[in-house]
Design a protein around this ligand. Structure first.
Ligand code: B16
Ligand code: MG
Length: 214
């Protein structure tokens, strides 16, 4: 009955959303598409290609797949430049304490991130060693809200999904956790994340005792 806690990365342990925003907005400007911070909210948890498609849908631009891949590459090179500056000081308050408490209880820790850059981000944050298993956009086929990434993480941890708890900041992510038959903790706005079993405004408000009481 091994227990596991599976973390989303962007928006749960650190805030890379503003860096994704800078990179997408630069690209949108080039295409003459207006892309706002509010639009960016919709991209949380959404993979790269689907994010580009969302932006193109704000205009009437039609594009072939090859060109879309080129634009994804371009956005990603910019994003890679931006995440070079990330370090442990970018971890959200409370993350290190929570991760340490979980480890001390012998509970497995997994990562379920839609980002292909997840390994690089956790390396820069200095928390690579914390994770017993990493599921990211490289080892799954269907993106959130499909449960695949959380199921993959549970399997990798050697845990039954019913003994796992997922933590997410995105609506699509919370849906993915619930479809995987796990308990879901939302980080952010309770109206937005109403599908979650409990919601905290910030990770620092979340304590291990509350997670285990779920
Ligand atoms: P990349 P998460 C997601 O990460 C981000 O929330 C989302 O905004 C981003 O588009 C996606 O990763 C893909 O990222 O272009 O780096 O592969 O929240 O699932 O950790
Ligand atoms: Mg997220």
């Amino acid at each position: 009955n091994q227990r596991g806690i599976i973390f989303d990365l962007d928006g749960v342990l650190t805030d890379t959303a503003h860096l994704h925003f800078v990179a997408w907005q630069t690209l949108a400007k080039k295409l003459n598409i207006e892309f706002t911070i509010k639009n960016n909210e919709e991209l949380k948890g959404i993979d790269r290609m689907n994010s580009l498609q969302y932006i193109l849908n704000l205009s009437d631009i039609k594009m072939n797949l090859e060109d879309k891949h080129k634009l994804c590459e371009e956005k990603n090179s910019h994003y890679l430049e931006l995440i070079k500056t990330i370090s442990s000081k970018d971890l959200f308050n409370g993350s290190t304490a929570l991760l340490t408490d979980i480890k001390a209880q012998g509970i497995k820790i997994g990562l379920a991130s839609a980002s292909k850059n997840a390994r690089l981000v956790i390396k820069n944050l200095g928390i690579s060693d914390v994770f017993d298993y990493i599921a990211d956009a490289h080892n799954i086929k269907n993106s959130k809200p499909d449960p695949e990434i959380f199921l993959k993480a549970a399997e990798g941890l050697g845990c039954d999904p019913k003994n796992c708890i997922g933590i997410e900041d995105a609506k699509a992510g919370v849906s993915a956790i619930k479809s995987a038959n796990m308990k879901a903790i939302g980080i952010g706005c309770s109206n937005e994340l109403s599908q979650a079993d409990m919601v905290y405004k910030h990770l620092k408000n979340l304590k291990l005792e509350s997670i285990l009481a779920l």
